[in-house]
Ligand binder design. Structure first.
Ligand code: NAD
Length: 350
C-alpha cells in the first residue's frame, strides 16, 4: 500500500515508517519539521526507493490537497501533532492550531480526495487518526482501565486538543461517510524519542550526572508500550480494522513514575562502567505539573480479540533496549543538546 504518514519525522511516525518500509509499503512522509522532528531518525530509509518526504504544514489546505493529488495514497495515517504536555501548559496555542485546526484541514483535504476515488481504491481508502489514552482523563487506583466507550474527560491543553481532533474525525465519518480508523494508545517509549520526554530525560540527566526531576511524589501511574509494538498495532489496525471503529492500544505495563525512573536508573548503573553505580541518588521530587492526571490504564481487549494483536516486547527487554540505544547512539541526541532545543529546557550540561 501507499501510505501518507503525517508527522513521520517524529518519534512514533519514524518508527512506523521504518517498520512499514520493511513490510513493503510505499511511504509519503508529510512533516512540517517542528522542533520535535528529526530526519536523522529516518537515516536508514531516506534513500529507499519506496520513501518520499514532503515538508509541509497540515494546516495548509492547498498543500494537503496538492500532496494527495500528486501521491495518490491508499491510506493516510495521521500522527502530526504537538505532543508534549508541559509545552501545552506553557503555550497552548500551537496545540489548538496543529492538533485541532490541522486535523480539520487534513480531514477536508482527505474528504475531497476520497470523493474523487472510484471502485476498489475508494473502498480501500482509510483515514487513520492516531490518538492518545489521555483523552479519557484521570483514573484512581481502583477504577477499571479505559475502554473504547469510556467518556472523554481530558485534563491538559494537549489532551483536550487531541480529544477535539478525535471528535472531528468521528464527525467526518458520521456526517460525510469518510472511512476512518481511530486508535488511542498509552505512553510510548523506545529509541529515537526526543530528549524532553520522561525516559530520555532520565537517561541523559543520569549520564550527565545531573539531578533527575520527578513530579510530585512520583506516584502517577502510566501504562508503557514499546514504540515498535505501537507501530505494529497501527499497521494491524490499518490492515484489519473495521472502518469507523476505535481501538485502544496498551502495553499491559502499568507502573508509577517513580518505579519507572528507578528502573531506568538501575539499568544505567548496570550498563555504565564501572557497573553498580547508584543513579537513584540523583532523583529529586519537584513541584507537580498542574492538572497532572493520577493514572492512565488501557483495556486492550478489543484489539486483542478482534484483530489478534498484543504487544510482543516485554517491559524488561524494552527498557533495557532503550537505555542501551541511548548509550550507543549519542550521534543522534548529542546535536540536539548542542543546538539547545532541548538542552536549555532540560538544563543539561552541553
Ligand atoms: N508519544 C506518546 O507516548 C504517544 C502516545 C499516544 C499517542 N500519541 C500520538 O501519536 C502522535 C505522534 O506522537 P509522537 O510522540 O511521535 O510526537 P512527536 O512530537 O515526536 O512528533 C510529532 C511530529 O509531527 C510533526 N508536526 C507537528 N506539527 C505539524 C504540522 N502542523 N504539520 C506537519 N507536521 C507537524 C513534527 O514536526 C514531528 O515530526 C501524536 O498524534 C500523539 O498525540 C503519542
Amino acid at each position: 500500500m501507499k501510505l501518507l504518514v503525517t508527522g513521520g519525522a517524529g518519534f512514533i511516525g519514524s518508527a512506523l515508517i521504518r517498520l512499514a518500509i520493511t513490510r513493503g509499503h510505499h511511504i509519503v512522509n508529510v512533516d512540517k519539521l517542528t522542533y520535535a522532528a528529526n530526519l536523522d531518525s529516518l537515516r536508514d530509509v531516506a534513500g529507499h526507493p519506496h520513501y518520499d518526504f514532503v515538508k509541509a504544514d497540515i494546516c495548509d489546505l492547498d498543500a494537503m490537497k496538492a500532496i494527495l493529488a500528486a501521491h495518490q495514497p491508499d491510506a493516510i495515517i495521521h500522527l502530526a501533532a504537538e505532543s508534549h504536555v508541559d509545552r501545552s501548559i506553557d503555550g497552548p496555542g500551537a496545540f489548538i492550531q496543529t492538533n485541532i485546526v490541522g486535523t480539520f484541514t487534513l480531514l477536508q483535504a482527505a474528504r475531497d480526495f476520497w470523493a474523487g476515488l472510484r471502485g476498489a481504491r475508494r473502498d480501500r481508502f482509510r483515514f487513520h487518526h492516531v490518538s492518545t489514552d489521555e483523552v479519557y482523563g484521570d483514573l484512581s487506583a481502583d477504577d477499571p482501565p479505559f475502554s473504547e466507550t469510556t467518556p472523554y474527560d481530558p485534563s491538559s491543553p494537549y489532551s483536550a486538543s487531541k480529544a477535539a481532533s478525535d471528535h472531528l474525525v468521528r464527525a467526518w465519518a458520521r456526517t460525510y461517510g469518510l472511512p476512518i480508523l481511530l486508535t488511542n494508545c498509552s505512553n510510548n517509549y523506545g529509541p529515537y524519542q526526543f530528549p524532553e520526554k520522561l525516559i530520555p530525560v532520565v537517561i541523559l540527566k543520569a549520564l550527565h550526572g545531573d539531578t533527575i526531576p520527578v513530579y510530585g511524589k512520583g506516584e502517577n501511574v502510566r501504562d508503557w508500550l514499546y514504540v515498535d509494538d505501537h507501530a505494529d498495532a497501527l499497521l494491524r489496525v490499518l490492515d484489519k480494522g473495521a472502518p469507523g471503529e476505535t481501538y485502544n492500544i496498551g502495553g499491559n505495563n502499568e507502573r508509577t513514575n517513580l518505579a519507572l525512573v528507578e528502573t531506568i536508573c538501575d539499568l544505567m548503573g548496570q550498563h555504565l562502567p564501572p557497573g553498580g553505580k547508584d543513579f537513584r541518588r540523583l532523583i529529586r521530587f519537584v513541584t507537580d505539573r498542574p492538572g497532572h492526571d493520577h493514572r492512565y490504564a488501557i483495556d486492550a481487549a478489543k484489539i486483542e480479540d478482534a484483530l489478534g494483536w498484543s504487544p510482543s516486547m516485554s517491559a524488561d527487554e524494552g527498557f533495557d533496549r532503550t537505555v542501551r540505544w541511548y548509550l550507543d547512539n549519542d550521534w543522534w541526541w548529542r546535536p540536539l543538546i548542542r543546538e539547545g532545543a532541548f538542552g536549555d529546557r532540560l538544563g543539561l550540561k552541553r
